[in-house]
Design a protein around this ligand. Structure first.
Ligand SMILES: [Zn+2]
Ligand SMILES: [Zn+2]
Length: 555
């Protein structure tokens, strides 16, 4: 259906007119048209074909004409016209969440702000604050919006790509024409957001592999097709590149395409110092091939231990690899998940389902943490209900002696920093995860610090509150939190839910330096979400965490 696309076009026209300061009624008319199209449940194309556009309530002659023009010519001239004389970069500004077209218009007209850079400058030199209606808080929000936009441009959250890529890898591994296969790029390094997906394979029948790849069900568009590289766009909008390389180069190509860029630059200069050359085809000495079949051999040829992909960011790992790489935690044999919601609060799986699923993962324990009483919107448990749940756990534990079922709770940190259950209740729990869910602007730092004073708290959940796709971290001084966590022996969470990944790799590294342990939990609300543990382990590996840094191994 073209409804959404047309709605967007009308919205853009309205944006442009608003920035230019044109007639308010015209602007309102386009906004209204966009809204009507967005809410329309039938296909606008049918209305056009039956010549019944104006029968849709709210669609007048002018808008009907433009819809007709779109279906007849594929464009709306007015859109181009509206943007005439406006810099294209203004459109980027409009995608900043906290910045409306009216403010963009003001900033453009009064301060000549044309792009992100101009806008940041106007914030720093205070000129944006001088515009009417600009409070300090609004400016703060715009600044956060800018950061957010920068990160969001062109990147996909890892967890969103993960399921698709795994299914694709499984499918390709089943083809007999494919001998070796591996993903590469930022995906393989488990970065929290990834660009395009790169997959490398070796094959004796490249043509057949490429024919099959470009004909897969998930392909929405073939962007390129060649004997050694093809590029497709999936129906979810991911770009996937498949490269076919020689057996002798597979390790070198994998190393090269996994990156990061900074890691590879450092590696090349190290090679040079040793009189070697390294590229995507192999390691060479005096133009003679030395290594390249496997990544291990590539690193070995340079006198280095193998470096796990998640560590390859040029943060000291190459220097370490000349001596000894730390034994970072593995994706296999992880002991258990600490943060799962059941039907007792806002989860959708029963205790029994969660326990059985946890056993399929081979876990030694599972922590079932439901919300506490104040979180009404998420079905927070009253004290009575919590005790009832604990009784059910006792009964289940007898039925499932092979796995430890932890009595856990995700207990809210209230506005005054106190906890949502009294101490005599907290003391009956195996794991107390303290969390902020409301009042994000209400001193989250002070509240978390106070919660750490409670002797029954084990873990601080999603400590910065950020959501990758929609919300910036709240204002906390991470060093302050980590200092206190270290003193009070609290663990910080790596919330492995794909949209959180909170703490992130950067803060986890800081936590390690402060001697603070990290507790990994998926925050699953259904057993189908428990796979996300792999994302949390990825964060931990990127932060070089070993078993002794991870709270889960202490249980
Ligand atoms: Zn939570
Ligand atoms: Zn939770």
């Amino acid at each position: 259906m073209e409804n959404q696309k047309l709605a967007q076009m009308f919205d853009k026209i309205a944006d442009a007119l608003e920035i230019k300061g044109e007639n308010r009624f015209k602007i309102i008319a386009y906004r209204k048209a966009s809204q009507i199209l967005n809410n329309l449940t039938s296909d606008i194309y049918d209305h056009y074909q039956n010549d019944e556009l104006q029968k849709i309530p709210g669609i007048g002659e002018g808008i009907a004409k433009k819809i007709k023009e779109y279906f007849e010519t594929g464009q709306i001239k007015k859109l181009k016209e509206a943007f005439q004389g406006l810099p294209e970069s203004l459109l980027d500004l409009l995608s900043i969440p906290s910045l409306g077209p009216r403010t963009v218009a003001l900033a453009y007209q009064k301060l000549k702000v044309k792009n992100l850079q101009d806008l940041e400058k106007a914030i720093r030199n205070g000129s944006l604050a001088s515009l009417p209606g600009m409070g300090e808080k609004k400016i703060d929000n715009i600044m956060k919006g800018i950061e957010f936009l920068k990160k969001a441009l062109g990147r996909i959250p890892l967890g969103k790509a993960f399921v698709m890529v795994n299914e694709l890898l499984k499918e390709l591994s089943g083809w007999e024409e494919i001998k070796q296969i591996s993903p590469a790029g930022s995906y393989r390094r488990m970065k929290e957001t990834v660009g395009d997906i790169d997959i490398l394979v070796t094959s004796d029948d490249p043509k057949k592999v490429m024919d099959q790849f470009t004909a897969l069900d998930i392909v929405a568009r073939v962007k390129a097709k060649g004997p050694t590289r093809s590029s497709i766009e999936t129906d979810e909008g991911f770009q996937v590149d498949l490269r076919i390389v020689d057996d002798t180069s597979f390790g070198a190509a994998l190393q090269y395409f996994t990156g990061s860029k900074a890691h590879n630059v450092k590696l090349r200069s190290l090679a040079k110092d040793k009189g070697l050359k390294i590229n995507e085809y192999g390691v060479f000495k005096d133009e003679k091939y030395v290594a390249g079949k496997t990544e291990e051999q590539v690193y070995q040829a340079l006198g280095l231990e193998f470096i796990p992909p998640e560590m390859r960011e040029d943060l000291g790992e190459i220097e370490l690899a000349q001596k000894k790489i730390p034994r970072i935690i593995s994706y296999d044999h992880f002991p258990g998940d600490l943060h799962i919601h059941s039907t007792y609060s806002d989860g959708e799986s029963s205790l029994k389902e969660i326990v059985e699923e946890a056993m399929k993962y081979g876990y030694k324990f599972v922590g079932i943490a439901d919300h506490s009483k104040s979180v009404k919107y998420a079905g927070g448990l009253s004290i009575e209900k919590l005790l009832e749940k604990n009784d059910e756990i006792d009964k289940l534990q007898k039925q499932y002696p092979k796995i430890r079922i932890l009595k856990a709770a995700e207990v809210d940190i209230l506005i005054d920093g106190s906890l949502d259950y009294p101490d005599h209740i907290l003391s009956q729990l195996d794991v107390v995860i303290a969390a902020i869910h409301t009042g994000f602007s209400n001193d989250p730092e002070g509240r978390i610090l106070k919660a750490m004073d409670n002797q029954y708290v084990h873990i601080i959940a999603h400590p910065t509150g950020r959501l990758l796709s929609q919300r910036e971290a709240y204002n906390v001084d991470m060093d302050k939190l980590l200092e206190k966590a270290s003193r009070s022996k609290k663990a910080m969470e790596i919330n492995a839910y794909w949209d959180r990944l909170d703490l992130n790799d950067y803060d986890c590294r800081k936590a390690r330096e402060h001697g603070v342990k990290l507790a990994i939990g998926t925050d699953s609300h259904h057993i189908s979400g428990m796979w996300q543990m792999v994302l949390g382990i990825g964060v931990a590996r990127r932060a070089w965490l070993t078993k002794k840094d991870i709270y889960n191994f202490d249980i």
